[in-house]
Ligand binder design. Structure first.
Ligand SMILES: [Zn+2]
Length: 278
């Protein structure tokens, strides 16, 4: 059987290391959220790959171990997710100072996808060019094409974008498309029975994936809903907000994942929980 291509996603920081902190935002939380969106999009849009992550929860991992683990796993591509700080503005990505031709090409492809999306939100390349180089441990110590993303600045006007779930998702999906193009992944073929002729299947590539969100029933009071929200925020790192007396999550494209959380919430909290199309 053909070997599946291997993608390593490295959400920066975690645990005792929050990364950059400003405007009520934590870098370690934002990158984990983007990672969820990125992997979700990869899995719903492409085939022929497997994906592994440094962390999927709020835990600490050293820079050396991050690179070691990706090397041992024999990843074909490595992407580290970060949020910038230091009072600038804009999107940029880093490859190692003495980057391989693979990393150079990866950066070109990813930047093209990411910058197009960033510009839709009024965000440009930091300092006029998105393609930066740096002597950073995870992109230096990894053996495969490797890139480190700095999505926007947590401590400038960019923070408004980082609070916008659509921005985080759209950027993460652009990163996913960049990785997919770099690796030459095949799009998932989705059967569309609505357009099928009897006995003949019609297949459509790149049909936009369906999105789902979770919604609770109404709590008795807004205060009760707020209390529930705070409880959830300690456990889940994805976006959850209160709308009046109910709670609403960000969206997923994987119906099985939504179902899993719905069951988890019902069992843990005994609330009414609904799956809604987004
Ligand atoms: Zn960082």
């Amino acid at each position: 059987m053909e070997r599946l291509l291997r993608i390593w996603i490295d959400a920066g920081h975690g645990g005792k290391d929050p990364g950059a902190v400003a405007n009520g935002l934590l870098e370690k939380v934002l990158v984990l959220l983007m990672q969820v969106y990125l992997i979700d999009y990869l899995k719903s849009s492409y085939k022929g790959f497997v994906v592994e992550a440094t962390r999927t929860t709020d835990v600490f991992e050293t820079l050396d171990k991050r690179a070691d683990r990706a090397n041992t796993w024999d990843a074909d591509v490595f992407m580290s997710l970060h949020i910038n700080a230091g009072g600038g503005t804009g999107y940029e990505s880093f490859i190692y100072t003495k980057a391989s031709s693979g990393s150079i090409s990866l950066q070109q492809i990813v930047n093209e996808e990411a910058l197009a999306v960033a510009k839709k939100y009024g965000l440009d390349a930091h300092g006029g060019t998105p393609a930066k180089r740096g002597n950073l441990a995870v992109i230096r110590e990894t053996n495969m094409p490797a890139i480190l993303m700095e999505t926007a600045y947590i401590d400038s006007k960019d923070a408004a974008l980082l609070k916008d779930d659509s921005f985080l998702r759209d950027m993460a999906e652009a990163y996913a498309r960049g990785i997919a193009k770099f690796l030459g992944l095949q799009p998932k073929v989705i059967e569309n029975p609505r357009q099928g002729v009897a006995g003949v299947s019609t297949y459509i590539d790149n049909q936009p994936p369906q999105k789902f969100r979770l919604e609770t029933g109404n709590f008795k009071t807004e205060e009760e809903a707020e209390e529930a929200l705070n409880k959830l925020k300690q456990k889940y790192l994805w976006i959850i907000r209160r709308e009046g007396k109910k709670l609403v999550t960000g969206t997923w494209t994987d119906a099985a994942v939504v179902q899993k959380y719905k069951t988890e919430w019902k069992q843990t909290y005994k609330w009414w929980v609904y799956i809604k199309e987004a």
